[in-house]
Design a protein around this ligand. Structure first.
Ligand code: AHR
Length: 509
């Protein structure tokens, strides 16, 4: 008899709405994300602008609603002016972040047009590393001003009559990191971000601004960086960023499967810091979080940017993801959703090839990594509002995060469709887990529409170009509503599960 993990599903226990921007992704000029990733003029499916049709189809299927661009570390040395205007006139530049040759054949207009055609919202980052206020406000003017000024008229001259109307802007990237070109102290960055943000909003008062939080929780300045940056920028910005990458270290899979607990602690710490600054300022404004880089990344296997040979379109950090990685990605999605009251946006980093759910070969195939599936399923089904659920049941002791629940879960309720989606991960390595959820209030009277599961007898199984469908979600049997009105489903060890509940239709007479 498997161990039982219990919770309650009640539509009245609302945490907050699911902001579609929680299903964001990230396109950086890095490795093969742009070139031979989304853009590959020689590819048989390429459109007139050189963007791959097969990748566009996979991006649609992934269900991402927003994309961050153009970096990442890349943005801290980027001259956006290099990437606009006639293609033949664009300079080839040395990108210091990834020791790459940047051809600038894709720039602001190409990217924003591609995103618009796919119906994607965009989040643009400005360079606060080597550049500053002037370049940032000029870019906002180029993108968003209707016309009649030098920068907006230049956009029109470049063939884009209507403004791009980009609403979300990141004030730099990971400015706390010594690896960042133009790295700054919190005081230096805070002042610059506040003034750049002010000027950008003077150009377009409708934009929203994201200030850089720490690059990850283990940064020595974590906490003090957030406090000081917020003290300087509180009145100018709307969101504070978080970045985090997780990996299995020294074979400690138990801790790796509990990465969501680490992400949860990180989010709560930043929320506390933001609310501390708010309290000191007696401010009515609440800062929300933008988790604009997150994923599994085997950083320990990366040689490091300082050891790279300079190259054009190199294969950088093209991690191949396993079933276990997909389960962890699912668990991280659950964590983001559970914190929907404060995390407004999140970007899976990155979209194609570079630590990505989609992989491609130049001029050739494209395929879904294992991690594609939990993202696509959550983006498709976990909509509406997030419900509060408190789990009781088996616990797992982890070296990195202490004692965690074996069941990681979140429930969303889509009021319009009157459907519930239960996302659930069994973190146990060997034992199945019995999920038992009491359906309360209006949730009673629903039935199980389907139980989809991603797991494998080999938790290290991967998808490859040769075997692109080795790992796919499957329909599970046995999930049911018991006579007592409980949802009951068995979750295999190391598994990602989606259980959908729809209203019981009355039997025809
Ligand atoms: O996503 C890869 C890199 O990770 C980004 O360029 C940087 O922001 C982060 O450190």
């Amino acid at each position: 008899m498997p161990h039982i993990a219990r919770f309650v599903i009640d539509p009245e226990f609302s945490v907050g709405d699911v902001d579609p921007r929680l299903y964001g992704t990230f396109v950086e000029h890095m490795g093969r994300c742009v070139y031979t990733g989304i853009h590959d003029p020689g590819h048989p499916t390429a459109d007139a602008a050189g963007f791959r049709g097969d990748v566009a189809d996979l991006v649609r299927e992934l269900g991402t609603g927003m994309v961050r661009y153009p970096g990442g570390n890349f943005v801290s040395g980027y001259h956006w002016e290099d990437g606009v205007g006639p293609l033949a006139d664009r300079p080839r530049r040395l990108d210091l972040a990834w020791r790459s040759i940047e051809s600038n054949q894709v720039g602001t207009n190409e990217f924003l047009t591609w995103a618009k055609e796919l119906g994607l919202d965009t989040m643009m980052a400005v360079n606060l590393g080597t550049r500053g206020i002037d370049a940032a406000r000029a870019l906002v003017e180029y993108c968003n001003h209707p016309g009649g000024t030098a920068w907006s008229d230049l956009r029109i001259k470049h063939g884009v009559r209507e403004p791009h109307d980009v609403k979300l802007w990141c004030l730099g990237n990971e400015m706390d990191g010594p690896w960042q070109t133009g790295h700054k102290t919190a005081t230096e960055y805070g002042r610059l971000a506040a003034e750049a943000g002010k000027a950008m909003r003077q150009v377009d008062p409708s934009i929203e601004l994201v200030a850089c939080g720490s690059s990850f929780e283990k940064m020595p300045t974590f906490g003090t960086w957030e406090r000081e940056v917020l003290e300087q920028t509180y009145d100018e910005i709307d969101y504070l960023s978080l970045h985090a990458y997780y990996e299995e270290l020294e074979g400690d899979r138990t801790s790796f499967l509990a990465s969501g607990a680490g992400m949860d602690r990180y989010i709560r710490s930043v929320v506390s810091t933001a609310d501390h600054v708010r309290a000191v300022r007696r401010s009515k404004k609440q800062i929300k979080l933008s988790f604009d880089e997150w994923n599994v990344w085997y950083a320990a296997r990366f040689v490091g940017e300082r050891n790279l040979e300079t190259a054009e379109t190199p294969r950088l950090i093209e991690d191949t993801y396993s079933v276990t990685d997909a389960v962890v990605v699912g668990s991280l999605l659950i964590t983001l959703l559970r914190n929907a009251d404060r995390v407004a946006m999140a970007c899976l980093a990155q979209l194609v090839n570079v630590i990505a759910p989609i992989r491609t070969e130049p001029g050739g195939a494209s395929w879904r990594q294992t991690t594609f599936h939990p993202f696509a399923q959550a983006a498709r089904f976990a909509r509406g509002r997030v419900l509060h659920s408190v789990v009781t049941g088996p616990r797992i002791d982890t070296a990195q995060y202490g004692d965690v629940s074996a069941l990681d879960t979140v429930v969303t309720y889509d009021e319009e469709a009157d459907t519930y989606t239960v996302l659930a991960v069994n973190r146990g390595l060997h034992e199945p887990l019995l999920l038992q959820a009491a359906l309360r209030g209006a949730a009673a009277g629903h039935r199980v529409e389907e139980h989809l599961v991603l797991c494998d007898p080999d938790p290290d199984a991967v998808n490859t170009e040769a075997h692109p469908e080795r790992v796919v979600p499957r329909r599970a049997t046995g999930a049911q509503i018991t006579a007592e009105g409980n949802l009951q489903a068995e979750l295999p060890p190391v598994s990602w599960n989606v259980i959908r509940l729809v209203p019981n239709t009355p039997c025809p007479d």
